[in-house]
Design a protein around this ligand. Structure first.
Ligand SMILES: Cc1ncc(COP(=O)(O)O)c(C=O)c1O
Length: 460
């Protein structure tokens, strides 16, 4: 006699919550207290006369040494230290703290003058920010399908989507895997395109021995609370290009230098700036979290490896393919589900797992181009801008777009497990495995539930 599934009123395997993602200790608290002691919460204005260009192009490792007033344009002391530490860790010349990865993606594009009339190719399978950040400076997102094994953008699809208007590619290293950067860089070189790597879900992942984020023209990281290292909210742009770094710094600060009346502002094409600065409190957290990144990643990987080993025995469940030349870091743990092998619709399986107390989901609810923003072309106001802007010479109709691989993943295959993160332990993972085991022992019962009979609750 098998134990009754929670979906049929049985006792769930797990009744207590999984631990929270934020791993902080006295080091973060001390770093924050430092900010209070110094009474510096956010710095940005500079002094009256100074070599502005020298300041704007100074490498992060050098800029941290300067504490005088005019250097405040680059941020407070914690911000500058976080940037210098990040540059050292990832081996890049410039790190630019920003208030989120979403802002970071927009700023990176704008700093390379990707704007009105330009198309930006990106994946259809990602978080909304990948689409909206392209629209911020009025470029047109062109969505393409993913590689069915890594879930990252498929270089063959990029090549097919290139037009005379294409200016950039936003690559997302999704769920701790890495996109095929060699192929992508080859295409970018051939067509003279800017490459932005979105590393929100992959800080510390390596592709052929190089950190993702350091291969293209820009890398963008997120420190939102659910990420592998976190500061609540926050992000980082990295680049080795001084001209791009200069402009990122300007856009972060309202687009103006406010330093020197002779500042050379003439070349600030499309430079609408915002206030996108990171506060000193956020940077204080970031400095300590960065020191822990390796450990935090290792903890995720340990849990993920345990899941891989133990889930592989269930017919109908498989995993992401990790190419040999990728050093993977687990972010969210994705399972690929095969209804043909279990006889139970994926959504019914997910509901049963949730009822056992395991917070899982089916991944992104829609592909990016399926959002009303694109289907109805309602980005700015009601007139169809920027899709119908006279400076945009292409014609884009998202209602006709079809990305079969990504569609199959989100509507039929994905099951995402979120709680692989530190401080969750193998004991927590055991509850996940036990719940799956229990469901497999009751598959015949579960087959009686039809997809239409269950209401998916999207909260995790
Ligand atoms: C792939 C990807 N890009 C960008 C973002 C946006 O990051 P942020 O919340 O820091 O703006 C996220 C956040 O979940 C993400 O997963």
């Amino acid at each position: 006699m098998t134990e009754k599934l929670a979906i049929f009123g049985g006792k769930p395997i797990r009744s207590k919550d999984f631990p929270k993602n934020a791993v902080i200790d006295q080091k973060e608290i001390d770093s924050i207290l430092d900010v209070f002691k110094n009474k510096e919460f956010s710095r940005y204005a500079g002094g009256p006369s100074f070599d502005v260009e020298k300041l704007l192009r100074m490498k992060s490792l050098d800029a941290v040494k300067y504490k005088a007033l005019y250097w405040n344009f680059l941020g407070g002391n914690k911000v500058k230290k976080f940037e210098a530490d990040f540059s050292k860790y990832f081996g890049v010349d410039y790190s630019i703290c920003i208030n989120s990865a979403t802002s970071g993606l927009s700023v990176a594009l704008a700093s390379a003058d990707v704007s009105v009339g330009d198309e930006v190719i990106t994946t259809c399978l990602s978080f909304t920010a990948n689409a909206t950040s392209i629209l911020m400076f009025n470029s047109i997102p062109v969505f393409v399908d993913v590689d069915p094994r890594t879930f990252c953008i498929d270089p063959k699809e990029i090549e097919k989507a290139i037009t005379p208007r294409t200016r950039a590619i936003v690559v997302v290293h999704l769920l701790g895997n890495a996109a095929d950067m060699d192929e992508i860089m080859k295409i970018a070189k051939k067509h003279n395109l800017i490459v932005i790597e979105d590393c929100a879900q992959s800080p510390g992942v390596k592709y052929k021995g190089k950190y993702v984020g350091t291969i293209g023209d820009f890398g963008v990281f997120s420190f939102q609370e659910t990420k592998n290292m976190m500061t609540g909210e926050g992000g980082m742009i990295v680049t080795n290009n001084p001209a791009f770094a200069r402009k990122c710094r300007l856009i972060r600060n309202h687009g103006e230098t406010v330093l020197n009346d002779d500042s050379p502002l003439d070349d600030l094409v499309n430079c609408i700036g915002y206030n996108l600065r990171m506060t000193e409190l956020t940077a204080a957290l970031g400095i300590e979290q960065l020191k822990k990144l390796k450990k935090l990643n290792q903890a995720r990987n340990t849990n993920a490896q345990y899941l891989r080993k133990n889930i592989s025995k269930f017919p109908g469940l498989s995993f992401t393919f990790i190419p040999d030349d990728v050093e993977y870091v687990s972010h969210v743990f994705p399972i690929l589900y095969d209804e043909k092998k279990t006889g139970v619709p994926r959504d019914v399986f997910v509901k049963a797992l949730k009822m056992e107390g395991i917070p899982v989901s089916t991944g992104y609810l829609r592909l990016l181009y399926e959002h009303p923003l694109f289907q109805k072309r309602i980005a700015y106001g009601k007139v169809g801008c920027p899709f119908t802007c006279p400076f945009y010479k292409g014609k884009i109709d998202y209602t006709k777009l079809k990305c079969n691989v990504a569609e199959d993943l989100i509507y039929r295959k994905f099951i995402w497990i979120y709680h692989v993160y530190n401080p969750a332990t193998i004991n927590d993972m055991k509850d996940i495995i036990n719940s799956i085991e229990k469901i497999y022992s009751n598959l015949d019962e579960l087959k009686k539930i039809k997809r239409e009979e269950i209401k998916i609750d999207y909260a995790r």
